[in-house]
Design a protein around this ligand. Structure first.
Ligand SMILES: O=C(O)C1=C[C@@H](OP(=O)(O)O)[C@@H](O)[C@H](O)C1
Ligand SMILES: C=C(OP(=O)(O)O)C(=O)O
Length: 460
């Protein structure tokens, strides 16, 4: 149990947010398909990215890392010299990382490596079937060790062949589509992929995959209806890239500005991004904040003391933070189109319903919607995190303005932000300090009452 810090005055912090999990793990996979060594600056170092690095090493990718003076990590990856059948079966631990459990089986199959996959207990119930069926359709053999369609399983690539078109049900996760697209350049004849009828989960993440691939020299096209994709076969040219800060993980810090009527600045905010966290720039003003992206790439969010409820669709991985903020609002909210979050780290709709009710909110979860009526008075509670980093950070946000809140297993934030507790405590410690313009150099502490720096992580 972690005693969440609480404040009674506005916070005033500059927060250096670590690199994006989604971009890091895409760049890592793509480096395995390049024609020479690749360099990834400001690589996220967290449980999910470590699992990906270990998986790539098991597939024959050379991995060297260097910690830079500014504490960011640069990773140099050397792809395997040639794809093709190898002796033996490699073992891959997916932890609870959706990007590892979905992206790596497709990559292993495309590289011709037989691999056994397993993960945390919570990973064994996350949906896998659509991507494994797609690999089977291309000629791989999938051997399930437990329940068919779930971890653990072994992928035997056999001889992958070409298909005119592969169809995938993407209603459970966009990662099924992303996995196949990322492996596409290494598949014989490339890939033509279509989403089967029905919803496509988290479409921003598919766009992120397509854009990252094209930026790094792959050839991926999207059908006009955004439900079909074509990937050309061919090794990517060796690349060097720098990872943006994780804008979804910026969310709880930005929300803290609203919760405390304070100010939070995030340096290195990309003006254009494929990250869904880019949407905080629209969501937070709609809830009453003042939001400004400066020419110096610092995003400044100022709380006004009023938080309005919101009716919002498709918040995807932003949902836990948003739901916590809705609990602090002065009017009800409705979050729709989030049914597939029931297959995330935990059933997030059920978990949010339970935990937000614990602090006094009236919460109703339907199959794909959350309705949240904020409590007249919040209760301090012991909030559970369900091995879910975003449930833990959502609880920290409530704790920031609800003295006595404790959060179970705050260490679960190591999935994407290992330094979260320290960063959050540093941010809380700025409560009551004077508001000053954001410092240009994010790591500088201003003397005597200036804006404190709750920095951690590296800069691009
Ligand atoms: O591809 C990615 O990096 C991700 C895709 C999304 O998954 P779903 O489509 O399963 O929601 C998102 O929620 C997850 O945090 C990261
Ligand atoms: C759903 C998430 O993670 P994963 O990549 O494990 O699917 C998430 O980070 O919100």
């Amino acid at each position: 149990m972690w005693d969440a810090p609480s404040v009674t005055e506005p916070i005033n912090a500059t927060v250096l947010v670590p690199a994006s999990k989604s971009l890091t793990n895409r760049y890592l996979v793509l480096a395995a398909l390049a024609d020479g060594p690749c360099t990834i600056h400001n690589t996220l170092i967290s449980r999910d990215s470590e699992l990906m690095l270990d998986a790539l090493a098991a597939l024959g990718v050379g991995v060297e890392r260097t910690v830079q003076d500014d504490r960011s990590t640069t990773v140099r990856l050397t792809p395997p010299a040639a794809a093709g059948p190898r002796q033996g079966i490699v073992h891959i631990d997916c932890g609870l990382a959706g990007t590892v459990m979905r992206f790596v089986p497709a990559l292993a199959a495309a590289l011709g490596v037989s691999a056994h996959f397993d993960g945390d207990a919570g990973a064994r119930v996350r949906p896998m079937r659509p991507v494994l069926d797609a690999l089977a359709e291309l000629g791989a053999r999938i051997e399930y060790a437990g329940q068919p369609g779930f971890l653990p399983f072994t992928v035997h690539p056999q001889q992958l062949g070409q298909r005119p078109e592969v169809r995938i049900d993407a209603s459970g996760s966009s990662q099924f589509i992303s996995a196949m697209l990322l492996a596409g350049p290494a598949l014989p004849g490339g890939l033509r992929l279509r989403a089967a009828d029905g919803a496509v989960a988290s479409p921003e993440h598919i766009q992120m995959t397509v854009q990252s691939m094209n930026e790094l020299g792959a050839t991926v096209s999207t059908d006009p209806d955004a439900r079909g994709w074509q990937v050309a076969e061919g090794r990517l040219p060796a690349f060097s890239v720098s990872v943006e800060p994780d804008l979804s993980n910026a969310g709880p810090f930005l929300a803290a500005a609203l919760a405390t009527a304070g100010t939070v600045r995030i340096p290195h905010w990309p003006r254009h991004t494929t990250q869904i966290g880019g949407r905080w720039r629209q969501i937070l003003p709609a809830m009453g904040a003042r939001v400004e992206l400066g020419a110096d790439a610092v995003l400044t969010v100022r709380g006004t003391g009023t938080i309005g409820g919101i009716d919002y669709a498709d918040a995807a991985e932003l949902t836990p933070t948003l739901a916590a903020l809705c609990t602090l609002a002065d009017s009800p909210s409705r979050l729709t189109g989030i049914g597939h979050l029931r297959g995330h780290e935990t059933d997030r709709l059920a978990a949010l319903e339970r935990e937000l009710t614990r602090v006094g909110a009236t919460v109703q979860a339907t199959e794909d919607t959350l309705r949240i009526i904020p409590p007249a008075t919040r209760r301090a509670a012991d909030m559970l995190s369900y091995e879910d980093h975003r449930m833990a950070t959502a609880a920290a946000l409530i704790g920031l303005v609800t003295p006595g809140t404790r959060v179970e297993n705050i260490a679960t934030t190591a999935k994407t932000m290992p330094d979260f507790a320290r960063m959050w405590e540093a941010m809380a410690a700025t409560a009551g300090t004077a508001d000053t313009p954001a410092a240009g150099a994010p790591s500088s502490h201003t003397a005597a009452g200036g804006s404190a720096d709750a920095a951690a992580g590296g800069r691009a």
